[in-house]
Design a protein around this ligand. Structure first.
Ligand code: UFG
Length: 318
């Protein structure tokens, strides 16, 4: 099968491209390289550097390759930035996504796997989060993803939207880099490496077991395997939205303690005020993906941190 992977040089995209190639898929990566790194791609992946905004770029990649299905990772993913610049998020995550769908229709490609997020749910009314939970996003990032899910539902293209919980971990000699870095695990590991003086805990008065926020961390390799199963399910005619999480929550303090144990380093911790917009707890109910996609997370939080440490402690900079 020939798969076009938008955003395939980014963090989750590049891990998925490695897994696709390992499983015998032919892959064309479409990436602007704004937040992607060609060094992250396996040699056998074909890279087309282009922008979803440009119809010409899209038409060129679809006319010069036979595409059977698309995995659409490309998009912006910083919650804080989306609150400062919502239009940037609607432009890239919604309007540019629509450009992609229009081109798919023009070239008769009717299967897409879409990177969605648990940020579509907003503040949980009931935990763990099931796919049927109301979607009332509390930030523009989550809203842009929710709106694109709705576009997919109305598009008559067969789609599977995967709502990721907290992606983390590393494999294939590549890892997690964001600029600026805002995610907990890379920040804690940078503190362990001495690249930062300390780690700030945003809020210690949440109604959780130790007062800090709880998240469902999911290994990027588990996300990669879910995309491949989603492609297979699309072939079988399945469609819809699926949570990708482990079903187990880990608090910020537990993440820091595990990082101390795994790295063997001291990590200075500063307790700060809450960060605006952080729900106390986000944990997936992952049963739908298990029963319908035959997917289940294989890795736990310890595996995730070990793999991330292995990469962070070796890589210098790109
Ligand atoms: N945190 C800290 N200190 C830091 C960074 C994070 O205490 O320096 C805390 C946050 O307050 C939060 C937890 O660690 O409680 C996890 O924070 P991340 O920024 O790593 O991840 P988020 O849960 O905020 O965001 C993730 C994804 C988003 C997605 C969101 C859904 O990165 O793309 O989940 O809510 F939208």
């Amino acid at each position: 099968m020939n798969v076009l992977v938008t955003g395939g040089a980014g963090y989750i995209g590049s891990h998925t491209v490695h897994e696709l190639i390992n499983q015998g898929f032919n892959v064309v990566v479409f990436d602007s390289l704004e937040n992607g790194y060609k060094e992250f791609l396996p040699k056998t992946a074909k890279l087309f550097q282009g922008n979803l905004e440009n119809k010409k770029d899209l038409e060129e990649v679809f006319s010069s390759n036979k595409i059977d299905a698309v995995i659409h990772f490309a998009g912006y993913a910083l919650v804080g930035e989306s609150m400062e610049n919502p239009v940037k998020y609607f432009h890239n995550n919604l309007a540019n996504g629509i450009n992609l769908l229009k081109t798919m229709k023009k070239f008769n490609v009717n299967k897409i796997v879409f990177s969605s997020t648990c940020a579509t749910y907003g503040i949980p009314e009931k935990l763990p989060l099931e796919e049927s939970h109301p979607t009332n996003p509390v930030n523009y990032y989550g809203l842009s993803k929710k709106l694109f899910e709705q576009v997919l539902e109305s598009s008559k293209i067969n789609f599977i939207a995967l709502r990721y919980f907290n992606a983390a971990g590393a494999a294939f000699g590549i890892g997690e880099i964001h600029n600026p870095e805002t995610h907990l695990i890379p920040i804690v590991l940078e503190a362990a490496l001495g690249k930062r003086d300390s780690i700030k805990i945003f809020g210690t008065d949440y109604p959780t077991k130790d007062g800090t926020c709880i998240r469902d961390y999911i290994h990027v390799l588990d996300l990669a395997s879910a995309h491949i199963l989603a492609l297979k399910s699309l072939e079988e005619g399945k469609s819809g939205v699926y949570n990708l999480g482990t079903g187990k929550g880990t608090s910020v303090r537990e993440v820091i303690d595990l990082c101390k144990e795994i790295t063997g380093r001291e990590i200075k911790v500063i307790e700060e005020e809450r960060r605006p917009g952080d729900p106390a707890e986000l944990v997936a109910f992952p049963l739908k993906a298990k029963t319908e996609l035959n997917w289940e997370a294989k890795y736990n939080i310890r595996d995730i941190i070990k793999s991330a440490w292995d990469w962070h402690s070796k890589h210098k900079s790109i």
